[in-house]
Write a protein that binds this ligand. Sequence first.
Ligand code: AMP
Length: 364
Amino acid sequence: MKVGILGGGQLARMIALAGYPLGIRFIFLDPSIGACATTLGSHLRGDYHDETLLADLAKRADVVTYEFENVPAKVAEFLTSNTQVYPSPKALAVAQDRLVEKDFLNELGIPTAPYEAVGNFDSLHAAMEKIGYPAILKTRTQGYDGKGQSILKSVTDLKSAWQKLEGLAAIVEGFVKFSREVSIIAVRSVSGELAFYPLSENVHKGGILRVSESRENDPMQAKAEDYATRLMIALDYVGVLALELFEVDGELIANEFAPRVHNSGHWTIEGAETSQFENHLRAILDLPLGSTAAVGYAAMVNFIGGKPENEEVLKIPNAHLHLYAKAARKGRKIAHATIHTKTLAELEPLKKRLIALANESDDS
Ligand code: AMP
């Protein structure tokens, strides 16, 4: 079996690492020379719009998937007319535009923060009359890790936030005073088999995920599974999907979903019977899904912009280090580590040590 992946970054790399024991081989399409997944398979190097390369990928791969959601619609259409592509272009189209995404979620009865589309400075003023302060202005497309976002605390913030958009279409969202952030990693196979991981409890700073912890028997699990199910059925979804949620007064409010494996599911490599990466492959190749049950307790910490010495991480008992083979650059995720223990009591102090180490080398 050969799987084609659009993108050759760390998510593609971890998919490939999970696929090797199953005898799956990989072909990556990515424009950069040193894309970190490409040592694990064949590399088609070039632009994502290059139809010769796309045709080659479609010919050589049994199925094509991707590691980022900003795949241009034209590229997804070209691929679907030449091979099997999972998740479907429809999932991409919804996930890559925050306005379309929020409309879609609300139509399915999945609540979101109040939001308004913003096309010009006057409409931003008008939207703020409805939404009220504080709020967040976000570009409709291309935003990730908090990029393209501004917090609006009062009317004096409007001008500079608007200028920062540089004319890009945007939405403004009410600021949610959440008690915590969680996400659910869900998976659905070609045959329609569904599975859900225990919730991930997530901590973000500056819009970037820092820490994710597995939460077995969480009181919000059933609600999160219900929302993820509605979403996957409506999209006729195949593969792993991550739905990010805010908890407010015992209710869940959806922030966004990612039609792919997700950073908040990295703990599943050690902390679940089958990782999100392996289950994504099983789903798109129509193999039986593996158990998503948690195995003990797990907490994942990202290394952003810089990382501690490997020895410092490996000295922490129960720490598992994952290097992405990427050069350090400000704000870039270059590695993560997961603490995996049998009991919650053992997890806490080790997690704190790992977070302290990550903070020392952080350059975000
Ligand atoms: P996003 O790029 O939409 O995933 O946002 C990144 C992070 O910014 C989220 O995980 C939250 O921590 C924060 N954030 C985004 N939207 C909101 C909101 N409407 N209210 C409060 N915090 C938010």
